[in-house]
Design a protein around this ligand. Structure first.
Ligand code: ZN
Length: 240
């Protein structure tokens, strides 16, 4: 699907609201408990998403002023922010998430068309137009809301967002090694294809299930997708 700036900005607002609401229900013990991400507590997840809003606000500043302001000063700074953030009390993390998300939202509100069209560099070294910033942010808030492990799963995510997410991950995965897979959700007409190794002439595996499970599978999260025959699906390498 062609996602518009209006779509991605709406997804940011809705996903942020869901995630912030989920964090306000966590007491200190629940905040310290493991998330669905290996080795990360819920505090790590929230510190990461809050720091990501600050980092993306740097890109908005870049777009607004033309002055190169990278997301993170260095990969070490990014890692330290998550580690130290995860030592704070939960109430402070919720507050950081709320304030950093609000600041990002306000900064995006102020960009004009020319600034949205200007080019910035992501932490992964990709040059993108500023219109990608709300897409990157929507991916963070929605997928990490699931990772939080607070009862939110992929069925809470909007269908149009899930379709855009599958498009995005398939594009990325098509340029990296992995199995040849046809992705065929049972509940939408959308279809995706992962090419697999060039010298492999075995037939592609068809993976099916609800769109929510196809998206979870592609994102490398816990999922309920199966092959067309109902068997286990091929493992996919890391996505990001
Ligand atoms: Zn993330």
């Amino acid at each position: 699907m062609n996602r518009s700036l209006a779509d991605t900005r709406r997804w940011v607002r809705e996903g942020t609201e869901l995630l912030v609401h989920a964090t306000t229900r966590l007491d200190e013990a629940a905040y310290d408990a493991p998330s669905h991400l290996p080795g990360w507590s819920r505090k790590h997840v929230v510190a990461h998403v809050a720091a990501n809003a600050d980092a993306l606000a740097n890109l908005v500043h870049w777009a607004a002023t033309g002055t190169p302001t990278p997301m993170y000063a260095s990969p070490e700074e990014r890692a330290t922010g998550i580690r130290e953030g995860a030592r704070q009390p939960g109430t402070r993390l919720t507050e950081w998430l709320r304030l950093s998300s609000d600041a990002l939202e306000k900064a995006m509100d102020e960009l004009d068309d020319n600034q949205w069209a200007s080019r910035v560099l992501t932490a992964q070294g990709r040059t993108v137009t500023a219109t990608e910033i709300p897409w990157l942010r929507s991916r963070e808030v929605w997928v990490h809301a699931v990772d939080l492990g607070g009862g939110i799963d992929f069925t809470a995510l909007p269908t149009d967002f899930l379709t855009a997410l599958c498009d995005d991950i398939v594009t990325k995965r098509s340029n990296a090694p992995g199995p040849e897979v046809v992705l065929q959700p049972a509940d939408t007409p959308a279809r995706w294809y992962l090419p697999g190794p060039p010298d492999d002439d075995s037939a592609a595996v068809t993976v099916t299930g609800p769109l929510t499970e196809i998206a979870a599978y592609l994102a490398g999260r816990h999922h309920g997708a199966t092959t067309a025959e109902g068997a286990a699906v091929p493992a996919l390498p890391a996505w990001l």
